[in-house]
Every structure is written in C-alpha cells, then in structure tokens.
Design a protein around this ligand. Structure first.
Ligand code: CDP
Length: 795
C-alpha cells in the first residue's frame, strides 16, 4: 500500500538540504570556462589603453606579427572592415569593441593577439606600438557637465555634450504642494561610490567555430546565455540556430557577467577567421579596470515633514556617472534602473525623482551589482535620508520608521513612484530586530559610554526591495520581454531532469529547483538533476540577476511540475480504474477518494506514461512552462548594527549585527541564510573598505586586490539572523520572494547609520562610503561632512 511521503525527508520545501553542487566545488571538480581545453585551441590576450582619453594617431602591429606562435593580430580598423568595431549595448547605446578613433577610458580594448599560448599573446600585445594624442580626462559628472568640456562621444551624431539622458518620474506639482505644507524640510546629499562586483572568477570565453557544420559554440562566463545568443546572432549576423552558448560553472557573477564584453566578440571573430577554438580569459586587473562597474551616483534629496513625524513628500535627484558608454544592463523603460523603488516601504503620499546621466572617461557599466537595477543606491539613499530626517525632528530612529511604515492592512499599496507592493509585516520585523539587538538597553549603554568618552552607535536600515523582473507588460531588455521558463522530463523510473532558463553562479539552483519539484510531485530531490546554461538544451530564459530566479524561474519550476502532476493524475485514474474526478492527491501519491488505501505513487504513474497509458493519451511525462509573473516580489528586511568608533583613530568595530529577513516562504532555509550572510559581508565591504576611484589624470585606483579590498573571514563581523517573520508572496505559486540581494542592498546603510549615530552631537550628517578610518577621524575631529569621491591627486 502506497503512502504519502514526508516532504522534509525527501528534501522538499523547508528542508535545509546540503547544496549538491558543493560536492564538486569543494573537491576541485568544478568545470569553469578556464578548465575547458579543446583540441587545437589558441589563446587570446587584449592590449588595453594606458590613457583614459586620447586620440589614436596610429597603431603599428608589424612587430607583433613577427613573434613566433602568433596567429592573428586584430585592431579596430580590422573590426571596422567587418562592421564589428562597435557593438550595441543593453541600454541602446554603442560601445567600441576595439578602439578606432579614440580611447575613452583607461583599460579600453585597443587590439588583441591570438597565439599558441597566452604568454606569447601577451608578449605580442606589448610589441604593438600605439601612437596616442592625449586629451583631457573627465573623471566625474561635474567636469563632464562643465562649459567647454571635451565631448567624449564625438563618434555619435547629435551628441553635442556629455549628457546621456534627463529622466523623471513621480508627481512634480504634487510634491511641490507637499513641501509648501511642511513644518520642516530635511536635506541630504551623498555619493554612492563606484564599486565592482569582483567575482573571484574573471570573465572569459572560448569560441569554437566549426566550418564543416557552420556551428558556433561559445563556452563563456555569462549569467544570461540566451540573451548572449540573440546578441551574437544580431551583432555578428549569424543564424541563431547555429549558435550554441554554454555557460559552465560560474565562479560568482553578481551582475558582472550580464553585459556583452569586447573580449567575447573578439574571440568569436578570431575563431571564425582562424577556424580554431580561441580562448580568452581576463586577468584580475582587466576585470576590475574594464568590466561592468556598479553605482557611482550622486544623490541629493529632501523630505517634507510634519512636526509629529509624518512624511509628507520626497524630492530626489541623481547624477549618474556612466563612464564612456551607456551600457547599463537594465529594463529598457527605466533610464536609472529601479531607483524609483525608493521609499516603497513607507507610506508617503507623493514624490518626485529627476535623474541625469553623463559620460565620463571611466569604464562603462552601471551593472546591477547584487541588486535589482539601482535599488541598492535607492535603498541606501532612503535609509540615510530616513535617519537624517528622524535626527532633524529629534525623533527616535525606530519610532520614526514605525510611524511611517506601510501598515499590514494597507496592501496592496501603491508607492509614491507607482509600484504596487503586495504584502509584508514591516513593524513586526522591526520589533524582532529591536528586541534581538536589545535596543532600549543599548541606548542606555550608549549614553553611559559617551560620558566616559566612548563612542557607541546604532544604525537601522529597513527596506522592501522589488525582486523578480518582471512582468512582461513593463519589463524588457532591448525589447525582449522578461519572463522565464522550466522544462521537466520525468523518466519511466520516476527520476527526472529539470532545465530552466536561469543560470546559477553560486546561488544553489541545482539544489533548490529540485526541492520545488519534490514539493510539487513528491519525487525525492535527489532523484532530480538540474541543468542550466546550455542554449541548445535549456528552454529560453532571461538569465539570473536581480534576484529574479526564484520569483520567475522558480515559479516556472512549480508550474511545470503542476502540469506534470495534471497528466500523472490521468494516468493514476487509469491505473486505479476510476474516473479522474475521484482521484485525490497527497504528496507523492494519488488515491481513490472513497478508498484512500487504494493509491499509486508518482513513480508508478511515470512508469505508466511509458508502458501503460490510456487509449488516446500521448506517451511520455514531460512538459515546459513559461512564467510571466504578474508583479515583482517585495521581500522586506531589517538590518541593525551596533558599532564602537575609536575617537583617536577613526577605526570602527562592529559590536553586533542583527538581520531580520522576510522573503516569504523559504525553499531552502540554509541556502537563504548563506545568501544573507554573503550579502551582509559585501555590504560591510562597501561601507568599510572598498574604494575604486580615479585620480585627476583618469588612472583607476583600485585595479587590484591590494587596493580594492575583499573582506576575508578575519575582517567580517558575525551576523545574527532571524527568520521568524514569513509573509508569503500572494501571487507567487509557492509564496516565495527573492532574497539573493537583500542584504547587500539594505546592509550598507545600517553600517553607515551606526557610525553617524556614534558621531551624534558633532554636527556630522554624512560621511560617504567607504568609511575609511581617516575619513571618520577627519569628520570627528573637524566636525564636518566628508563627501564624495573626488579625484585623488596623482602626486
Ligand atoms: O536570482 P538569484 O538566484 O540570484 O536569487 P534568488 O532567487 O533570491 O535565490 C537565491 C537562492 O536562494 C536560490 O537558491 C533560491 O532558490 C534560494 N531561495 C530560497 O530558498 N527561498 C526563497 N524564498 C528565495 C530564494
């Protein structure tokens, strides 16, 4: 007699199942792009510009060609003859593949060499002579906007200056009215500095064009293989069905591996020309200096307040430094990503946002580094502004937030910028966090410590983040609607293979997707193998970024499992010799409603699909689901940090950090915790130590791990995680919300708010990240704000 299976025992939803992918990772058996070796493979290296802005007078490649082992030297001129010197970006701009007229940032790709090995290729790059005519470098928006500033993109028609766009959203007139009624207006200006996702594995590709079959296979580090396939088909004018993109194991992406980089295009052309596989693996400096950066926005805003603490309206302005090419990977409709998701957790009647984007002589990017298209900047500004406003009002930080939160019975809630949030228990999360950190007690200890000259501080950050772009009505990239997919094939013995259009980069999809199948079908998770990243086999999908996998691809996995279950039900009815209406389901088993002992397992149904199906039924047990989500998911988080600042040195230490995340139903609680810890670590790094800036001559400072610091376990503080608040997403089939990015998005403001709180009474309103000791010391000693990332003097 068959019985229902125990969901946790079979590794279904809620099971903290160990990550199956880790077995190969910790044994050194991962298969990353650089691990792949193909017969006859050549190697490509890129020559990069040492100057940030210069006209190219000439390029002499003759010496490089003479080096034994060199097969090909490519320049912009050669690319231009094939109409490949420029490529489209994901934001409807163009980007140089190899420079022809000018170089526009330090590290820009100027030429490349294909040789027998990477060392020969590197030597040959150094033998290329480029005659540059230096031009004045522009390293921030203010230089870019100054009268008479050199026009960086003089390659473009109708580009008289360096402005890329002026964009606005919200209600300008209504916001003016709200400000006219305010008792108090609180103001804040800050800079979210340029940062870099810096995955441990750099970018790379192996292009393999087979003349005999006319098929192009590219193994590459991409988070979005299907988008790359479409881009290659369009840019290189190759038939899409003859292109196969394979994204093998990826050693971290964090948004860095979404864009199309010149190295990919060059390796593809080289393989087509040479009819041999060509491998390009970027080095760490190349990755830091030339690939998609994040942030680099200047934010200013003001908040209209009633004296009892009610927020009446908000004005925000951002100036975004996009570097030399506007290549943000973001939904087409939104010029500054989802910056207007700011203040979504707060009940604010009206708001207005203006945004201006400019070109500078810096690497292009604007990638969503572990965030849903600029929400990191939005939430950082929001939580810094909330702290400033509460201080200006003389109100308690927690009470001010609680008073202005969207309340639990206010959903669905239309935010001041037009998003629809649908669920949450914001005040409850805050209460859990305050209790865990011992809020009242800490405030007492803080006051006592201050009397003895010790500076303690507490910072709160509370936010809801839009995750899971998105519904196809509003979200597209280059016109391709955003949705995702899953294909499930159940074999006759009840084992299964699942493929999705997402692409894991360390998030554990191989583990969690199988748990969703287990939850829906009762097939043990260990009987389900998950595959992603091969465009010849995976169903079409938009890839993994912006924490969209669980909200979109994860939902598709649930939906395809339900399609399988629907067919299995018909098979069960056939096997049980009753009508389908008389069959009920419990996990892993169908049974006759009137005789529950008579049942068949899902595995028996699978066997029947291949051996004993009813007349007229199509054999087999497989299906595909495309999922277009009705809305974004809106997880909520509370991060609270306590710190002590050393007044002698400006060094600050984290005493405690509490995180309360409500991401709806957790598929794998252990993986969710891992995601939160990783995100908090990155948040700490951004707040504390990461600095990628440019000197006045346009040199990138932070192009190596001696300057651009990654926190190790030694530096990283401990985190206390809380999971007791669960508000299921009302429209997701499993009630799940995204989580991958929340901590990296909401975390930084908690750290900064804590340090600013420790400095209370000094008049310091802002220190821009990173809060390096010298910046904190200067603020504390001279009672002044430390703003921006000005050019660092070369001398
Ligand atoms: O798109 P990405 O995979 O980066 O982010 P995500 O959808 O937030 O998922 C990150 C990891 O956490 C995946 O393995 C998810 O399946 C898992 N997760 C979960 O177990 N429960 C949730 N409610 C959300 C994510």
């Amino acid at each position: 007699m068959s019985q229902a299976v125990d969901e946790i025992k079979i590794g279904g939803i809620g099971a903290s199942r160990k990550r199956v992918e880790d077995d190969r990772f910790i044994r050194g058996r991962g298969n990353y792009t650089d691990d792949i070796v193909l017969p006859g493979m050549l190697h490509m290296e890129i020559l990069r510009s040492p100057l940030p802005h210069a006209r190219i007078r000439s390029i002499d490649t003759s010496k490089a060609w003479q080096i034994p082992g060199v097969h090909l030297v490519m320049t912009g001129e050669m690319m231009a003859s094939r109409n490949l010197a420029w490529m489209p970006t994901l934001s409807y701009d163009t980007q140089a593949v190899l420079a022809t007229d000018k170089v526009r940032f330090q590290g820009q790709e100027v030429a490349c060499v294909i040789a027998d090995d990477p060392y020969i290729a590197k030597d040959a790059c150094e033998a290329i002579e480029v005659d540059y005519e230096p031009l004045p470098p522009i390293v921030n928006p203010w230089q870019s906007l100054a009268d008479g500033a050199p026009v960086i993109r003089d390659d473009k028609e109708n580009q008289p200056d360096n402005v890329i766009y002026n964009w606005e959203v919200g209600d300008a007139a209504g916001t003016d009215r709200a400000f006219a009624q305010a008792d108090l207006v609180s103001k804040l200006e800050l800079h979210y500095p340029r940062s870099h996702p810096s995955p441990i594995e750099c970018c790379g590709s192996i292009a393999d064009f087979n003349r005999a079959t006319s098929k192009l296979t590219v193994y590459m580090t991409t988070q979005a293989p299907h988008i790359i396939r479409a881009a290659v088909a369009m840019v290189a004018e190759l038939p899409e069905h003859m292109i196969r993109i394979v994204s093998p194991d990826i050693g971290g992406g964090f948004g860095n591996k979404v864009p199309v980089y010149p190295g990919y295009v060059c390796s593809i052309l080289a393989s087509i020309l040479l009819e041999r596989p060509v491998k390009w693996i970027e080095d760490k400096s190349g990755n830091l200096i030339s690939t998609g950066f994040a942030r680099d926005v200047y934010l200013k805003g003001e908040m209209a307040l009633r004296k009892d603490g009610k927020i009446l309206g908000v004005r925000m302005h951002t100036d975004a430094d996009h570097g030399a090419f506007f290549s943000d990977a973001q939904p087409s409709k939104f010029k500054i990503g989802l910056m207007h998701s700011a203040f979504a957790a707060y009940d604010i009647p009206v708001a207005h946002l203006t945004a201006r984007g400019v070109y500078t002589n810096k690497a292009p990017g604007g990638v969503a580094y572990r965030c849903s298209f600029r929400v990191t900047e939005a939430m950082f500004f929001q939580e810094r502004m909330i702290q400033a406003a509460a201080s200006d009002l003389g109100m308690d930080q927690a009470a001010f937030r609680r008073m202005n939160f969207v309340s639990d019975d206010d959903f669905p809630h239309r935010t001041p910028f037009g998003f629809l949030t649908d669920s949450g228990q914001y005040a409850k999360c805050l209460d859990v966090g305050l209790k865990a950190v011992g809020y009242e007690d800490f405030r007492k200890r803080q006051a006592q410590a201050r009397e003895r000259g010790r500076l303690l501080g507490l910072g709160i950050s509370t936010m809801t983040e839009p995750l899971g772009a998105g519904n196809s009505r509003e979200y597209d990239i280059l016109g391709i609607k955003m949705f995702d997919s899953a294909e499930l094939k159940v074999h006759m013995t009840g084992k299964a293979i699942l493929r999705t259009g997402a692409k894991t980069q360390g998030q554990g999809h191989e583990t969690t997707w199988a748990q969703i199948v287990a939850h829906e079908l009762g097939i043990p998770a260990e009987d389900v193998v998950v595959e992603e990243g091969d465009t010849d086999t995976a169903p079409f999908g938009m890839g993994t970024y912006a924490s969209r996998s669980t909200p979109v691809a994860g939902a598709a996995v649930a939906m395809v499992s339900r399609k399988i279950r629907a067919k299995a039900r018909k098979l069960a009815a056939h096997l049980l010799e009753v009508s389908e209406e008389d069959v009920d389901w419990e996990l892993g088993r169908f049974y006759v409603r009137s005789a529950p002992d008579r049942g068949v397992t899902i595995q028996e149904c699978a066997m029947a699909a291949y051996s004993n199906m009813p007349d007229g039924m199509e054999p087999g047990l497989e299906n595909t689901a495309y999922y277009d989500p009705p809305n974004l998911t809106w997880p909520f988080a509370v991060y609270i940090v306590t710190v002590e600042v050393d007044p002698q040195t400006g060094v600050w230490d984290v005493l405690n950090m509490v995180a309360v995340d409500d991401c709806g139903v957790r598929i794998n609680p252990m993986i969710v915790e891992g995601q939160i810890m990783g995100g908090l670590t990155e948040a700490y790094a951004m707040a504390n130590m990461q600095f990628i800036t440019f000197d006045a001559d346009g040199n990138c400072v932070g192009s190596n791990y001696m300057d651009y610091l990654l926190p190790s376990a030694w530096e990283t503080p401990g985190f206390e995680l809380h999971s007791e608040v669960v508000t299921p997403c009302p429209h997701h089939p499993l009630g799940a919300k995204g989580i991958g990015e929340c901590a990296a998005v909401g975390g930084p403001a908690a750290f900064v708010n804590a340090v600013i709180d420790a400095l209370a009474g000094t008049g310091v309103r802002n220190i821009d990240m990173p809060l390096l000791p010298d910046r904190v010391w200067e603020a504390l000693t001279y009672h002044r704000d430390i703003s921006g990332a000005p050019p660092v003097r070369a001398d």
